[in-house]
Design a protein around this ligand. Structure first.
Ligand SMILES: Cc1cc2nc3c(=O)[nH]c(=O)nc-3n(C[C@H](O)[C@H](O)[C@H](O)COP(=O)(O)OP(=O)(O)OC[C@H]3O[C@@H](n4cnc5c(N)ncnc54)[C@H](O)[C@@H]3O)c2cc1C
Length: 296
């Protein structure tokens, strides 16, 4: 029996960092695993497409919105428990909260997460990282709910975690429910907090002030200059399509300067990919997820 309220025709743009995109046909926020199963079962029974949204910091939602049911997880699955030498975090836990919790317990290794504005679920899915570190370095186990309403458990080593990739990308209807992190490197909390402050200050200096972005649009290609450098070299800094603007400070960021549409952002992305391919021979791969396009 499904008890969670389901809202019809709900705007999704406010639930994303880009503040772009149309409405969800149906939107619900499961509180716990029981709710997740009930909602997944309902979507299956009705034949509705199913989408997941964490803090919306790595998605571009289409201007027409999303058909079917979207599960909003930013305020769901908030468990964060210290168990022996591990931290167990629900999928909805914000990464900065996870970093602060580890610091408070006196464990280093999570500082790089302090500036990433996503959830544990979104981060596990693509092995989020920064400052040369990524989630794989601290992740131990993951629990995933499937559309067949099974709960699968994976060791981190089974997930094929690589640079902004994991096997979970091939299973878009698997919902990361919980993750277990290893607390391995004791350090004084004050020293960890100081390191986090320094990392956050360095990010602030490097990244644009406008928070309406998805962070890096493209992955850094292997054996080539970074995506931002390639985009800069091809003259895209400051390029604008409507209210979508390639940042002058960091060319791998596209900013919403007001009322940018998903169509405008996609137009800029396609222009960049085409030009970088033609002039530099490098195929830039998107890090940002297009919804629904990438998941149907
Ligand atoms: C200013 C800024 C800076 C950023 N810096 C970094 C950085 O340094 N490093 C980095 O790696 N990323 C960075 N990002 C990108 C983003 O924060 C990360 O990718 C983050 O992990 C996304 O989490 P989310 O909860 O926002 O996911 P969302 O954007 O909500 O979703 C992303 C994808 O994950 C899926 N998803 C979400 N939750 C779940 C779940 N529980 N189970 C299964 N699938 C799920 C969604 O369906 C979608 O396909 C940055 C973004 C911004 C805006």
């Amino acid at each position: 029996m499904q008890k969670v309220p389901i809202f019809e025709n709900q705007p999704l743009a406010p639930l994303t960092t880009w503040k772009i995109g149309g409405p969800a046909q149906f939107l619900a926020a499961p509180r716990d695993l029981e709710d997740v199963y009930a909602l997944m079962g309902l979507a299956y029974d009705r034949g509705w497409p199913l989408f997941f949204l964490g803090r919306g910091s790595n998605v571009l939602i289409a201007d027409d919105g999303l058909p079917g049911l979207t599960l909003h997880l930013a305020k769901s699955l908030q468990k964060l428990e210290h168990q022996g030498e591990t931290l167990r975090a629900g999928a909805g836990v914000a990464l900065p909260r996870l970093a602060r919790q580890a610091a408070g317990l006196g464990f280093s290794g999570f500082e790089f997460l302090a500036g990433i504005p996503g959830t544990v679920g979104g981060a596990v899915r693509l092995n989020a990282g920064a400052e040369g570190k990524n989630l794989a370095g601290v992740l131990r186990r993951v629990w995933v709910a499937t559309p067949q309403l099974q709960l699968l458990e994976f060791q981190a080593g089974e997930l094929g975690l690589g640079y902004r990739s994991s096997l979970l990308l091939s299973f878009p209807h698997w919902l990361v429910v919980e993750a277990e992190f290893a607390l391995e490197t004791p350090a004084p909390p004050q020293a960890i907090e100081e390191k986090m402050r320094q990392l956050l200050a360095a990010r602030k200096a490097r990244f644009p002030a406008n928070p309406r972005s998805c962070g890096s649009v493209f992955k850094n290609p292997a054996d080539s200059p970074a995506a931002g450098a390639l985009i800069d070299q091809t003259g895209f800094k400051g390029r604008r399509l409507g209210d979508a603007l390639v940042s002058r400070k960091h060319a791998n960021f596209i900013l919403n300067q007001g009322r940018a549409t998903a169509g405008q952002v996609k137009g800029l992305i396609a222009d960049i990919q085409e030009t970088v391919w033609r002039t530099r021979g490098v195929a830039l791969e998107r890090e940002v997820v297009f919804l629904p396009d990438d998941l149907v």
